[in-house]
Design a protein around this ligand. Structure first.
Ligand code: ADP
Ligand code: MG
Length: 267
């Protein structure tokens, strides 16, 4: 076996840190501070924390949008900072993002068909007719009617747009999806539908999720493991069951107590 043999963890993050210099100050700002976590294959790991706690910065490092200041990110056992050009191209297909606001990430001039086909075209997957077939399959996967193909993003509801964003993220058959506040812009009923869809897709395709949210009530519905972040650091990481029944850190307890109607009511 070579040292890049697959493990049960699709992602292993070790001592990840991101430091930003602050203009006019000698001390740097630590956006992410020594964070370690793993994502078991086929499971959902949530990062939860208040705004500014470093969740998106962590996601952007995992997506290779920004480089860590220090620490290590391993994807299937391999340090992603050492990937060759070809390996990076492969990584970018296998790890896909979904963001909070699909409207800003969907070109308003493109039809839904073109938007969903875009990743397939960019990576030259299949023939034109293969791609047309794949787009129709993807619409089915996210439970949108075929009549959506000719529509434009502005004609869709928020929930429908997020389904289009999910179809785009699925197009290249990824292994890992990094969801950064994917339901935060939606009302509660639609949130529920999108979370159920993400769960169904995970079971169907064996997807692994890093699921980021400021909202523990949302996290409870989807996560297997929960990492609680505060001011750039992890304050607690445990199974979802543990976090919601036996939270150890006072900060986690405070977050839990702030869920409306939370019968646990620990504070
Ligand atoms: P979250 O997603 O949890 O709301 P972020 O990861 O977006 O938090 O941000 C964490 C902290 O890092 C915030 O205080 C933010 O202002 C800061 N930050 C993020 N990106 C930059 C940057 N490019 N330069 C300076 N500070 C940044
Ligand atoms: Mg964020």
């Amino acid at each position: 076996m070579d040292d890049a043999a697959p493990t049960d963890n699709i992602v292993e993050i070790e001592n990840l840190t991101k430091v930003y210099p602050v203009r006019g100050r000698s001390e740097d700002f630590i956006a992410v501070n020594d964070v370690s976590l793993v994502i078991p294959r086929g499971e959902t790991v949530a990062i939860v924390g208040e705004s500014g706690s470093g969740k998106t910065t962590t996601a952007r490092m995992l997506l290779k949008v920004i480089d860590p200041t220090s620490g290590l990110i391993k994807f299937e056992g391999k340090d992603v900072s050492t990937l060759s050009r070809a390996e990076t191209r492969d990584f970018r297909q296998r790890v896909q993002p979904i963001f909070q606001d699909p409207y800003s990430s969907l070109n308003p001039m493109f039809t839904i068909e073109r938007l969903i086909a875009e990743p397939l075209e960019f990576y030259k997957r299949g023939s034109g007719s293969d791609r047309r077939k794949r787009v129709r399959q993807l619409l089915d996967d996210v439970a949108l009617p075929q009549s959506m193909l000719r529509r434009y993003p502005s004609e869709l509801s928020g929930g429908q747009r997020q389904r289009v964003a999910i179809a785009r993220a699925l197009a290249l058959s990824p292994d890992l999806i990094v969801c950064d506040e994917p339901v935060s812009a939606l009302d509660v009923l639609v949130q529920d539908q999108i979370l159920r869809l993400l769960g169904d897709l995970q079971r169907e395709y064996g997807l692994s999720y890093l699921f980021i949210s400021h909202d523990l009530a949302v996290v409870r519905l989807i996560s297997d493991y929960v990492c609680v972040m505060k001011d750039g650091s992890l304050v607690e990481a445990a199974t979802s069951e543990e976090i919601f029944t036996n939270p150890r850190d006072p900060y986690t307890r405070r977050l839990l107590a702030s869920i409306p109607g939370n019968e646990l009511n620990i504070a």
